[in-house]
Design a protein around this ligand. Structure first.
Ligand SMILES: NC(=O)c1ccc[n+]([C@@H]2O[C@H](COP(=O)([O-])OP(=O)(O)OC[C@H]3O[C@@H](n4cnc5c(N)ncnc54)[C@H](O)[C@@H]3O)[C@@H](O)[C@H]2O)c1
Ligand SMILES: O=C(O)C1=N[C@H](C(=O)O)CCC1
Length: 266
């Protein structure tokens, strides 16, 4: 698999470069960064003390012309710019960027009529298994349990709630026959009044180097059930992304997520 990495100097970009270099069926063919990145022109493996022969570049057209796959963990505006070029070059995309707007997701859907894309807020196997556990729990605890989603991430994270927390909310709302937009409560402050029955609350913690923790609390009378996932390394996201690339080898178009990649779709 000829793979280019976008956001090559970021937390995920570096993890992905290392994973590609250590994977026998993958070859690093490009490393993208935005035009003001100080490391442009450096070898993409220099942070590992390795020479890969791939320079960090901001030339999206040139990098994508040479790549079968682009793994993109950047920012929504970067991902959209890369997508526009990938549509021209036919480079399949694995997108982990979170915080996309509804319009940006509509653009992804349009592009996927001709381009194969995996787009998922969390590439780890464990989180995607947790989505299934939440679906089962929500169906079993659909009366008398208040649902709250608590997520914690490092101090550098720029979007909230996390894409994973929002997806957990969607999975639960869907299992309960609701639309997340109708039942979500994203913030509480001041005199909020009593909790609205059937709402799904979100709470966000940001601090230190927390890789990513998610807990869904089902709070009933006299008991609480918690379903938690905790990431201790970004490796699980990188390995999931490589699984997504392998999955896309046999797809010529369509928008997929990790449930498709892992064969978990019902
Ligand atoms: N889906 C998942 O499994 C998963 C896992 C971890 C992180 N993420 C998401 O991935 C994204 C990146 O996370 P991170 O911790 O690596 O962030 P980061 O800030 O460490 O890295 C982002 C990289 O993108 C680059 N970038 C920023 N804006 C750009 C633009 N407009 N064009 C091109 N490049 C641009 C930055 O220079 C940087 O190298 C976030 O949205 C995060 O929520 C998703
Ligand atoms: O570190 C981040 O940023 C993460 N973002 C994803 C999200 O928003 O859910 C996945 C977990 C890590």
């Amino acid at each position: 698999m000829k793979i280019a990495i976008a956001g090559a100097t970021g937390r995920m970009g570096k993890m992905l470069i290392e994973a590609v270099l250590n994977t026998s069926d993958a070859q690093l063919v490009g490393a993208l960064e935005h035009t003001s990145c100080p490391q442009l022109g450096e070898d993409a493996g220099s942070f590992l003390g390795k020479k890969t022969g791939v320079q960090i570049s901001s030339d999206v057209a040139a990098v994508l012309a040479n790549a079968e796959f682009l793994i993109d963990f950047t920012r929504p505006e970067g991902t959209m710019a890369h997508l526009a070029m990938a549509e021209k070059t036919g480079t399949k995309m694995i997108i982990g960027t979170t915080g996309l707007s509804a319009d940006q997701i509509t653009n992804l859907k349009k592009a996927s009529s001709k381009l194969a894309i995996v787009f998922a807020p969390n590439m780890s196997v464990g989180v995607n298994a947790t989505f299934k556990l939440l679906e089962i729990a929500a169906k079993m605890l659909n009366q008398g349990y208040d649902i709250e989603i608590i997520e914690a991430h490092h101090r550098h994270k720029v979007d909230a709630p996390s894409g994973t927390a929002l997806k957990m909310g969607e999975v639960i709302a869907d299992a309960l026959g609701e639309r997340l937009d109708d039942v979500a409560v994203y913030a509480r402050e001041g005199h909020t009044g009593e909790r609205k029955e059937g709402s799904i609350g979100f709470a966000t913690i940001r601090g230190g180097d927390i890789v990513g923790d998610h807990t869904v609390l089902f709070a009933g009378d006299g008991e609480r059930i918690e379903i938690s996932h905790k990431s201790s390394s970004r490796q699980s996201y990188a390995q999931g992304s490589l699984r997504a690339a392998r999955f896309l080898q046999t797809q010529s178009s369509g928008l997929y997520d990790m449930q498709d990649v892992l064969g978990l779709r019902k």
